[in-house]
Design a protein around this ligand. Structure first.
Ligand SMILES: [Fe+2]
Ligand SMILES: [Fe+2]
Length: 244
């Protein structure tokens, strides 16, 4: 039995409960998927990364018993989290060796650039909304992240969830400079970083449901991701979600 979430993020829940028009949300979701899939399709190593982050973030949100509309928006932010990388030259993003200081600064600007790209989308605005999730997905629980060095619960909830999904997807994905970790090894790494890099409660929520979720994540992400564009298409997890 999952412990009840200790947060009471009423602002976030109120923010997304105002999103009444589900058909708009469905359309927004589809556009976000197409955009980020297009952006990533050129790179073998990051292909499907945002899709993975979106799916895993959504599962974590449901594991935390967040309302469906909130989980939906976290899912959309998962698709968009790295959209700012569109502004970073390919030769930097795909550079096999270490980055220079200037190159690293440019890469680190991608959350700010991404948030700027989507700032005109009204339903993404507000405290803890999608724009803030994109802006803060590289903050760390201990305050050593970027761009603002936010600490603990000052980091928007969705951004804390996406940070964990992002790390999990990156660790289990192929990269030119290292082997991928197994799902089990990646969970161990998350456990090690709980309380320093990641919100320990959210890592705990993920770990508690991981046994049930992992077979489905493995099936969905590794075999069917090209065909099934939304998680619900697999028919595995029941959801009242408008988009998944
Ligand atoms: Fe990122
Ligand atoms: Fe999606």
């Amino acid at each position: 039995m999952l412990a009840k979430p200790r947060f009471s993020d009423k602002g976030l829940i109120e923010l997304f409960s105002k999103v009444e028009k589900c058909e708009v949300l469905v359309a927004v979701h589809q556009v976000c998927e197409v955009l980020t899939n297009l952006m990533e399709s050129k790179d073998l190593y990051t292909k499907n990364h945002s899709e993975e982050v979106a799916v895993i973030s959504y599962m974590i949100a449901l594991a935390m018993e967040l309302p469906c509309k909130v989980a939906d928006m976290i899912h959309i932010a998962g698709h968009l989290h790295d959209i700012g990388k569109f502004a970073i030259p390919d030769e930097i993003l795909k550079k096999p060796g270490p980055l220079s200081k200037e190159e690293w600064e440019l890469v680190k600007a991608h959350p700010v650039i991404g948030a700027k790209y989507i700032e005109n989308i009204k339903i993404f605005r507000g405290k803890g909304g999608v724009i803030e999730m994109v802006l803060h997905h590289h903050e760390r629980w201990d305050g050593k992240g970027y761009p603002d060095g936010l600490k603990g619960e000052n980091i928007p909830l969705g951004a804390r969830i996406i940070a964990i999904a992002d790390a999990f997807s990156a660790m289990t994905g192929r990269r030119p400079y290292r082997k991928s970790l197994s799902f089990e090894q990646a969970l161990e790494e998350l456990k090690k970083e709980a309380g320093s890099q990641f919100d320990p409660f959210i890592v705990g929520a993920f770990l508690k449901v991981a046994d049930k979720m992992l077979p489905e994540i493995k099936t969905y992400l590794k075999e069917d991701v090209k065909d099934a564009k939304t998680f619900g298409n697999k028919g595995g997890t029941e959801s009242k979600s408008a988009i998944c």
